[in-house]
Ligand binder design. Structure first.
Ligand SMILES: Nc1ncnc2c1ncn2[C@@H]1O[C@H](COP(=O)(O)OP(=O)(O)O)[C@@H](O)[C@H]1O
Ligand SMILES: [Mg+2]
Length: 379
């Protein structure tokens, strides 16, 4: 508690000096700017030293560097004063830069299993966009994908971008946060404002916020700011639901840590979809899918591979297949000077690769997701 208060205070102070510095800088008051940048640097360095585990360490460090650079620039330059590159400081998120311009190649067929999740996404987004007339009661605006890492949440959202003709805005929640303090909530507001503008021109807009738990500071509210970010986000989500707004504007959020989200936040997502880790059948399919382009020996027992990989994510299984392929390629280089073709991958190769790789989903973790799903799932 004491720590929170101290770091909050220091941060406020750093912010105050930084703002003064930027303002002076803008006005061409070189000396004042330098002095205040230096104070801000000093305090930020103190925070970094005192709270090396702060989730905002990256922000602090990058700000320190930025200000140091600016000071060096200002000190180096005597008379001629250029104001051109000033506005790169503390600027806001550029929403248009986050629009996915090129259609991703991922389609539903590239996503193995997780059929329930696919269906839920189609119900909630694909059909309402195609035939809004069939949804007189409106449609869900907020969809939360949750589940262990590497099981297809990001993949699923990407497939949506491909599947429908919509403007797809891909936001990594941390990027909203890792801007200068106090600007994070402005980023949220800007994200939604720009999205509404685009949707008003008649195109469906999907905002995909990956790792959305980063927006919430329930576990690290020592930095200030993120409570405001959360509130801004809730307010924007409510705006989406207002009855008069028939815009096709959707928010898909994904998280590996749903328990970091609080009740009010969860309630804003009408659909909460559990993207499950692969079961036996899904693992079987995944092995077949990811070895389809590889040369395999006859002794491969896919059922055995699936049996051995309980607790492995889809991403783990893909990596296992990659590793097995690398193994025979490496052998070709080490034993045959890289000439000819690698031998087919054998069952033994797979067994060795699997034994070297730990499953990424423990049964404890799995239980946590299932419990959360029982409490909050809404498909
Ligand atoms: N259901 C799946 N089918 C096929 N490949 C998958 C699946 N889930 C994950 N992968 C593979 O693992 C990678 C990481 O998955 P991702 O969707 O980013 O996981 P998450 O967002 O759930 O952490 C994907 O790019 C893909 O190669
Ligand atoms: Mg992801």
């Amino acid at each position: 508690m004491v720590i929170n208060v101290v770091s909050n205070h220091l941060e406020e102070l750093a912010r105050k000096y930084a703002l003064k510095a930027i303002e002076a800088d803008r006005k061409g008051l070189r000396e004042t700017a330098i002095a205040n940048y230096k104070r801000a640097i000093e305090i930020l360095s103190k925070i970094v030293k005192l709270y090396p585990n702060s989730p905002f360490i990256r922000v602090y460090v990058s700000k320190i560097r930025e200000y140091q650079e600016r000071v060096r620039y200002l000190e180096g330059q005597a008379v001629s004063y250029e104001t051109t590159d000033l506005y790169t400081y503390g600027d806001l998120l550029d929403v248009d830069e986050l629009i996915v311009r090129e259609k991703p190649k991922i389609t539903w067929n590239d996503i193995v299993d997780i059929d329930e999740a696919k269906r839920a996404i189609k119900d909630a987004i694909v059909y309402p966009i195609r035939r809004p007339d069939l949804f007189p009661l409106g449609w869900p605006r907020g969809i939360l994908l949750f589940g262990p890492p590497g099981c297809g949440k990001t993949l699923l959202a990407t497939a949506v971008a491909n599947e429908i003709d919509a403007v797809f805005i891909h936001v990594d929640a941390a990027s909203i946060m890792s801007k200068w303090l106090g600007e994070a909530e402005k980023n949220v507001a800007k994200l939604f404002r720009r999205s509404r503008e685009i949707a008003k021109q008649g195109k469906p807009v999907i905002i995909f916020i990956d790792e959305v738990d980063a927006l919430l500071g329930v576990h690290y509210n020592e930095v200030g700011g993120e409570i405001r970010v959360r509130n801004q986000f809730l307010q924007e989500m409510d705006g989406l639901r207002s009855k008069t707004l028939r815009l096709h504007l959707y928010v898909i959020a994904a998280t590996n840590k749903p328990w970091k989200l609080d009740e009010a936040f969860i309630r804003r997502f009408q659909k909460r979809i559990y993207v499950k880790p692969p079961d036996f059948t899904a693992r079987l399919q995944l092995f077949k899918y990811y070895t389809r382009g590889l040369k395999l020996s006859d002794d491969i027992d896919f059922r055995e591979l699936a049996r051995l990989t309980e607790g492995y994510s889809a991403s783990d299984i893909k990596d296992i297949c990659l590793d097995a392929q690398i193994k025979v390629v490496r052998e070709l280089f080490e034993k045959h000077g890289g000439v000819g073709t690698p031998r087919p991958i054998s069952m033994q190769d797979f067994l060795e690769v699997i034994s070297k790789r730990k499953p990424s989903i423990s049964s404890r973790l799995l239980k946590a997701y299932e419990e959360w799903f029982r409490a909050y799932g809404a498909v």
